[in-house]
Design a protein around this ligand. Sequence first.
Ligand code: NAD
Ligand code: MLT
Length: 542
Amino acid sequence: MPRVIVLDNLSQDGLDLLESAGNIEYEVRTGLKGDELREALLEFDGAICRSGVKITAEALEGNQRLRAIARAGVGTDNIDKEAATRRGIVVMNTPGGNTVSTAEHTIALMLALSRNVYPAYRSLIEGRWDRKKFIGTQLAGKTLGIVGLGRIGQAVAARALAMEMRVLGYDPFLSAARAKELGVETVSSAREMLPLVDYLTVHTPLGDETRNLIGAEEVQMMKTGARLINCARGGIYNEEALVEGLRSGQLGGVALDVYPSEPCTDSPLFGMPGVLCTPHLGASTEEAQTNVAVEAAELLIDFFTTGAIRQSVNMSPLDPKTLDSLRGYLNVAYRLGLLLAQMDHCPPTSCRLSYKGEVAEKDTRLLSAAFAAGLLEHAMDTEVNIVNAEVLLRERGIELLEQRSSEIGDFGSLITAEVVTEERTSVASGTLFGNNMPRLVQKGDCWLESRLDGTLMISSHRDTPGVVGKLGGILGAHRVNIAQMSLGRAADRPGGEAIGVLALDSPPPAEALAKVLAIEEIERVWIVRLPPAVEVPAWMGG
Ligand code: NAD
Ligand code: MLT
């Protein structure tokens, strides 16, 4: 039964869902870091977290078991996605579940700043009844600038418009038509809106382009008395620039929910007049926490029961229907990779996959990744699957090229894989019989029809009478049973190069192999081990 570790506090509804799934065991272990976290992760197949735990490359070091991480929330900046991808771990998040709560928190901070809610209350409980000091400003009629018009940015825009604000927005991925629909006036850069807005709010991820988006220079470009809100990620506003802006009076107020380093209990802004801060509470409502916990639990339950991959931030989605429709071909591609890896030990420089017939209409990127997973499986000490195989190939400087043609040849569908090394190009083609019978139909220049499972003895030999008899005699003498046999020859002409594939019930002993190699007509022999016909790897839904 897959085991799931819950690394941050999670709403009870999410835990109840994991419990009721019946096919998952879970354990709650919060507050882990360093070696403790790394060691704990070694014992689990899946993990659920919020933003508290930091799943770094070190935390994943040596992990060959973890297959999926579900983030109950939007930002995945606390997870090293590159390290996860390299280890074949799917990272999924739950966008949407906390959008409304975070948008409401943004509006709450904006209103609280404008009406001096916190300092007025504080003055009151200190014994003062001061009605003049706390004169505020109305939101209606003011201009709000929004940087980042994704889910939360759009929800903030809708609420601000309802409060009769004018809304300016900047987002490089928002079309002008959608902005118009939303009632947002777009500008061509964040800087362009700075002199025009009374309030500025950001709703982007933190990245190279958004880190220090608002620094000293940008603060100077703003209207005197402008108010800034950040409910996205700490570091988008430069805190020193905010301090300076407040001191000089250039800024009228700053409200922060997020900090460059969290937890944060000490900031130069804390206690300054005009500042209002909350400890990352944007998504902290009962509704949002229930939504994201339930969604995260569902993602892992689906992943472990059907292999479905949804809302992944490090690979393309693979729903159960697609997986079902592709499984047979994924299996062919994967087994071709396993086969070629065992037949040539030179490092490849590139792999070329060609898809012909009906299979060319499918998602061939996934099929190529399955081939790469088979090719690398035995070479790596980490699990290789369709999540990380392409990255691992690329990291090794091996190109993965694809070619597709819908033209139907001798087979309804044909997958041909070529592995190019410095010395030679090895070719194998496979097809699918029925829904789940992978077949090898080409090796090198020879066409044949062989199984693609179990132990195969593949020989390349001269096509002369008696070779098959000699092979059978040696194997029989060593009590190795031949389950199936297939022969093929180049250009289908007698006397030339030929290939024999013998499916064996057990691997031949070394002595038998030595005798086979001593047969005059035999050039080379390979023993290839493939999984039994009914077995598919876990990532293929096995
Ligand atoms: P989203 O992916 O729906 O939207 C992000 C938007 O930012 C996208 O439309 C993208 O095009 C835009 N963007 C990216 N780079 C940009 C740039 N340089 N300039 C302008 N726009 C840019 O994400 P979301 O769900 O709206 O979340 C937004 C942020 O809020 C995330 O960082 C998330 O982690 C954070 N968040 C915080 C809380 C909280 O508790 N405070 C809760 C939820 C989300
Ligand atoms: C998020 O990215 O979803 C938020 O920061 C909320 C959270 O971490 O709980």
